[in-house]
Design a protein around this ligand. Structure first.
Ligand code: NI
Length: 174
């Protein structure tokens, strides 16, 4: 049976990460905004308000969540590139999804925000040297994370949420 929560599986950190692997992840991140646009194409407002699984976020919430999450990611990368293993700030993503901007902001605004953000993020990632990918931040909940692992995590994270949308569309025949 299809796993509604983890349609592409959970994120599994790799022990060894090659530069080819990093390149693939950077390409996935570069592609995420367009993949998201394609995934939500022609959905009605009622369809956007449909949860992707029972008790899960609506497609609309998933769309607004992606730039929120990836803005945090971008800041984490910049902190780790400019400070010595900084401790980053976690956030309550479920509470964020209940704030008024998730209902009140047109999705186009978050699609554009994600595209602009990823353009800067990918510009930064594309110029990072090997040693910089070994830099790290400390997540107070999960421990030390290298930037190459964080890169894999956020490449997975975009595909993870887009798959929530595409798998719902498949199930519903939309
Ligand atoms: Ni997420």
């Amino acid at each position: 049976m299809e796993n509604l929560h983890y349609p592409i599986g959970k994120f599994i950190p790799l022990d060894k990460i090659s530069s080819d692997q990093r390149k693939e992840w950077i390409e996935q991140l570069a592609d995420t905004p367009n993949q998201l646009r394609f995934a939500i194409k022609d959905l009605t407002s009622a369809q956007l308000d449909t949860p992707y699984r029972p008790d899960g976020w609506s497609i609309r919430q998933v769309i607004h969540h992606l730039p929120d999450s990836h803005m945090n990611a971008y800041v984490r990368f910049k902190l780790a590139l400019t400070e010595d293993q900084p401790t980053i700030k976690t956030y309550e993503e479920d509470r964020w999804s209940q704030l008024a901007d998730y209902q009140g902001t047109p999705i186009e605004v978050s699609l554009t925000l994600l595209a602009s953000l990823h353009q800067r993020f990918v510009t930064l990632l594309s110029t990072m040297q090997d040693a910089e990918f070994s830099r790290s931040y400390k997540n107070p909940e999960s421990g030390v994370v290298t930037l190459e692992t964080a890169l894999g995590l956020y490449a997975w994270h975009g595909r993870h949420h887009i798959a929530h949308i595409t798998s719902l569309r498949n199930r519903m025949g939309w």
